[in-house]
Ligand binder design. Sequence first.
Ligand SMILES: [Zn+2]
Length: 263
Amino acid sequence: MKHLKKYLAGVVGIALLLSCFQVEYYTYKLQSRETIKQKPIDSYVAQENQKEKELKEQKVAYLTFDDGPSCNTKRVLDVLRTYEINATFFLIGSSITVNTKPIVERMIKEGNAVGVHTYSHEANTMYASADAFKEDFLRAEEIINEATGKKARLCRFPWGSANNYLKKIDKQIIPWLEEKGYYYCDWNVSAEDSVGKPTVASILHNIKKDYTRYEHPIILMHDSNTNCLTAEILPDIIVMLKQDGYKFDTLDHMEKSYQYARN
Ligand SMILES: [Zn+2]
């Protein structure tokens, strides 16, 4: 009898010990599962934050082309495609014809951004009054939206937002554009490729002397019929910026547009 009691006590003891181990084991397993679950989430968040930080610190150049579309736009698009980068084009409504509309379609298809650069680009008529400007702008907007198949959000004033013609009517024009959902975009680097008698050397020099001052240079260039030299020197401009560590993007991805009136 004594032996039986001892034997039973032994069995119960072992059973208790085993169940304790089991509980410990499962608790350990659960905890480690939690750790396994949590770890990737934490490191994923950290990675994302790092990516965001790097993106903000990154040097990004914005190539912009005004006064197209024209035959030179095709050459510009070819260069952009070769380097697998995109640019922003501010179009003149009256330059969009049956012949040039496919160029605008190609811009969009290849991932470039498009903005409104008025219909006539004639300072004396379109800046004559607020109503004249609105009429000209709406005409351009209609043609550009029809060609791109989407609603334009970007625009650029001919001669920039600080020009003397606009100053007389800007209190009526700027709020009107913003109400319509537009961001007007100026620039901080100018190629000076449509002033005087530019050469490939002068275009390159004008960009080179200014872009390093900015983490986000917005480079003004032109792609009208007369701007052959810009398309010619564009590969050198891109290589120069690339070698200096700049990436490229379009103005519709910029957090805050660069505006003379506000910068
Ligand atoms: Zn222009």
